[in-house]
Design a protein around this ligand. Structure first.
Ligand SMILES: C[S@@+](CC[C@H](N)C(=O)[O-])C[C@H]1O[C@@H](n2cnc3c(N)ncnc32)[C@H](O)[C@@H]1O
Length: 195
């Protein structure tokens, strides 16, 4: 198994200072989803837990790092969220392990700096039901940030849009994350008719 480049995590307490996760997931259309959610790289469950509180379906949280998986599972249990399923999995090498069309929403948060972003977006396309959405966030490049991938591999929202379109997704909108200083947001969706 191999972790995507520059995908290691700092201490949880430091990571938590960068986000207002409840605001981010609400702005990126997670509230009230009836279907399932697939999260590519759950990390500390920063976004898993607030999302699971907002949706009616299951949240399948994948990560290659056993510590991240067990921390997220423990948080879900402590929060009394039976709709969270955590799985230790290399989604780059092995895909996400759920059937085509399983999810209404795919979370790609702080992950598209990996070696093959289009390959991962194709897997997101596969797992989404027609009309399902992909929410993407990443570190801004237009300002100095306290953390984030190296400038040469840090993708812009516009670059992620192009990659998403190469994977077959439609562009829905850029979302300014005014509740979060360091990140931008993007929403794309799987077309309702195959193209
Ligand atoms: C930068 S962290 C972001 C975590 C979370 N999405 C967030 O924004 O808080 C990226 C996560 O993806 C995981 N990851 C990296 N490569 C992976 C792979 N090939 N398969 C599964 N998880 C992977 C890492 O272990 C890490 O937890």
């Amino acid at each position: 198994m191999s972790k995507g480049r520059e995908s290691g995590m700092p201490d949880e307490s430091y990571w938590d200072t960068f986000f207002n996760p409840e605001c981010i997931v609400a702005k990126l259309d997670c509230a009230g989803l009836r279907g399932n959610v697939l999260e590519f790289g759950c990390g500390y469950g920063t976004f898993t837990i607030p999302t699971a509180k907002l949706v009616h379906g299951n949240v399948v949280a994948l990560d290659i790092d056993p510590d991240m998986v067990s921390i997220t599972a423990r948080k879900a249990e402590e929060a009394g969220l039976p709709n969270v399923t955590t799985k230790l999995r290399d989604f780059v090498a092995d895909g996400c392990g759920v059937p085509e069309g399983y999810a209404e929403y795919a979370m790609l948060f702080n992950i598209l700096h990996i070696e093959n972003p289009v390959g991962l977006l194709k897997e997101a396309y596969r797992v989404l039901a027609p009309g399902g959405k992909a929410g993407i966030i990443h570190w801004r490049s237009d300002i100095k940030t306290p953390r984030g991938p190296s400038p040469d591999i840090r993708p812009s929202a516009e670059q992620c849009r192009v990659w998403g379109e190469q994977a077959g997704l439609n562009f829905d909108r850029y979302e300014s994350l005014c509740c979060c200083s360091w990140h931008w947001g993007l929403v794309m969706s799987r077309p309702t008719v195959r193209i």
